[in-house]
Design a protein around this ligand. Structure first.
Ligand code: ADE
Length: 232
């Protein structure tokens, strides 16, 4: 049977998922706790990486290489770039880029390094399942580029630049790392985020206020995705 990795960056992002698992076993490895369990008959391994691209790369790699997961679902919160995205709204990534990756001094575009790609696409089949789940729940799901960087963006100018440079609708701090790992290891992956703030001058206040509620919205959707994948 397949084993699904469910990853977040912060405890708040995975706790609503861990709370629903049967046969829970925990294992600490590489300074992360991994929660192995079963959700409605589906084997899953859940972990939060800690914030940022380096930690996310480590955790995604472990979930695949050490725990043998063959699908990876990411659940968490993001800052909105698009004005149409409001707090609590869901967005799935069709592709992920690194907004802070910069070797433009050598004539390359922002987000690009040789042998890499600016925007890494997510698995089309998982996106299709997400749209079916959203339709069955009567939820609106936006699909767009999500930009990742090792910065909490709380600045309208920076956010607008990321939006125009990468045609991104939302930003966060882990998704593109997961994309790099999963595409290199040929593991289908899916990135879901619920909006916690608008990456502007109010972002840190809004983030503190809405982290828990938005993380729960994303986590609940991910659990429905697990059901949908399991029943295929
Ligand atoms: N995740 C949620 N909000 C964010 C922001 N404003 N910047 C970076 N990551 C985020």
């Amino acid at each position: 049977m397949s084993k699904i990795a469910i990853m977040g960056a912060m405890p708040e992002e995975v706790e609503p998922i861990v709370a629903k698992l049967d046969n829970l076993q925990t294992m600490t490895y590489g300074a992360n706790t991994y929660y192995e369990g079963v959700y409605h008959g589906q084997e899953v391994v859940v972990a939060y990486s800690k914030i940022g691209k380096v930690f996310a790369t480590l955790t995604a790699t472990m979930l695949i290489e050490k725990f043998g997961c063959d699908t990876l679902l990411f659940s968490g919160v993001a800052g909105a770039i698009s004005d149409e995205l409001k707090i609590g709204d869901l967005i799935i990534a069709d592709g992920l880029c690194q907004h802070d990756l910069d070797i433009t001094a050598f004539g390359h575009p922002y987000g690009f390094v040789p042998e890499g790609e600016v925007c890494i696409p997510t698995d089309v089949n998982l996106r299709k399942i997400a749209k079916e789940v959203a339709a069955s729940k009567g939820l609106t799901l936006r699909e767009g580029v999500i930009a990742t960087g090792d910065q909490f963006v709380a600045n309208a100018e920076r956010k607008d630049w990321i939006g125009s440079e990468f045609k991104a609708d939302a930003l966060e701090m882990e998704g593109a790392s997961v994309a790099v790992v999963c595409s290199a290891l040929e593991v289908p992956f899916f990135i879901l985020r619920a909006i916690s703030d608008s990456a502007d001058m109010d972002a840190s206040f809004n983030f503190d206020e809405f982290l828990e509620s938005s993380a729960k919205i994303s986590a609940d959707f991910i659990l429905s995705m697990v059901d949908a994948i399991h029943s295929k």
